[in-house]
Ligand binder design. Structure first.
Ligand SMILES: Nc1ncnc2c1ncn2[C@@H]1O[C@H](COP(=O)(O)OP(=O)(O)OP(=O)(O)O)[C@@H](O)[C@H]1O
Ligand SMILES: Nc1nc2c(ncn2[C@@H]2O[C@H](COP(=O)(O)O)[C@@H](O)[C@H]2O)c(=O)[nH]1
Length: 207
């Protein structure tokens, strides 16, 4: 298989892909999952060429690299997928996913729409979850209040969000679509969607 990444020997819980516009609340939701279900989920740490935000840690939130380093690693076939988003490169390395799967945890990938389309051509077989904001106005407010973006980056992200919100309606692209309006309600829906996989991991770790 040309696009094989996980390998048959890696059969374990299904990974979870979380996608949706920048500012929709993916990181907020996945951090809640990682905290509540310690020993069940593991985060696939992506590579990026963007600079770390205050509070972000190299190797935990992302692997922060230069464009040259990232391009060389992609050329060597070390990445499952990679994309250009808002002027920076992002990508999921095979090692990032394998590190989580080796521990028999549910691997969570936080990736953009290009990543979703590319993952669909692999054998990773994840559950695809789309996190959407209630409106463009709310999204813009969240991104502005987060205070992480320059005006230019914010505008780029809002333009990408409009495209993302349209494409995500494509039938069959996502298994679950969650509107993140009230955080606790959205989190409840996310947990419900993943209950079966969570139970599998709990059953396996008991036996
Ligand atoms: N339901 C919610 N209600 C109000 N604010 C929220 C909600 N969910 C997330 N936020 C806030 O919105 C901002 C964006 O959320 P977050 O950083 O999780 O988005 P994201 O989708 O991970 O964005 P990116 O793709 O840029 O990493 C954060 O400041 C977060 O605290
Ligand atoms: N295709 C990929 N997209 C990724 C990856 N890691 C993160 N992302 C997406 O990038 C944007 C911006 O993220 P930010 O941290 O700069 O706000 C967001 O939509 C992420 O989902 C990746 O490895 N591949």
């Amino acid at each position: 298989c040309v696009f094989c990444v996980s390998g048959a020997a890696m059969a374990g819980p299904r990974p979870v892909v979380m996608s949706g516009p920048s500012g929709a609340g993916k990181s907020t939701l996945l951090k809640k999952l990682l905290k509540e279900f310690d020993g069940v989920f593991g985060f696939s740490v992506s590579h990026t060429t963007r600079s770390p935000r205050p509070g972000e840690e190299n190797g935990k939130d992302y692997h922060y690299v230069t464009r040259e380093v990232m391009q060389a690693a992609i050329a060597k076939g070390e990445f499952i997928e990679n994309a250009e988003f808002s002027g920076n490169m992002y990508g999921t390395s095979k090692a990032a996913v394998q590190a989580v799967q080796a521990k028999n945890l549910i691997c969570i990938l936080d990736i953009d729409m290009q990543g979703v389309k590319n993952i669909k051509r692999t054998d990773l077989n994840p559950i695809y979850v789309s996190i959407q904001p209630p409106s463009m106005e709310t999204l813009e407010k969240r991104l502005r209040d987060r205070k992480t973006e320059s005006e230019e980056s914010l505008q780029k992200r809002l333009r990408a969000a409009k495209v993302d919100m349209e494409i995500s309606k494509e039938p069959g692209l996502f298994d679950v679509l969650i509107i993140n309006d009230e955080l606790d309600l959205a989190y409840g829906k996310l947990k419900d969607a993943l209950l079966e996989e969570i139970q599998k991991v709990r059953d396996t770790s008991k036996s």
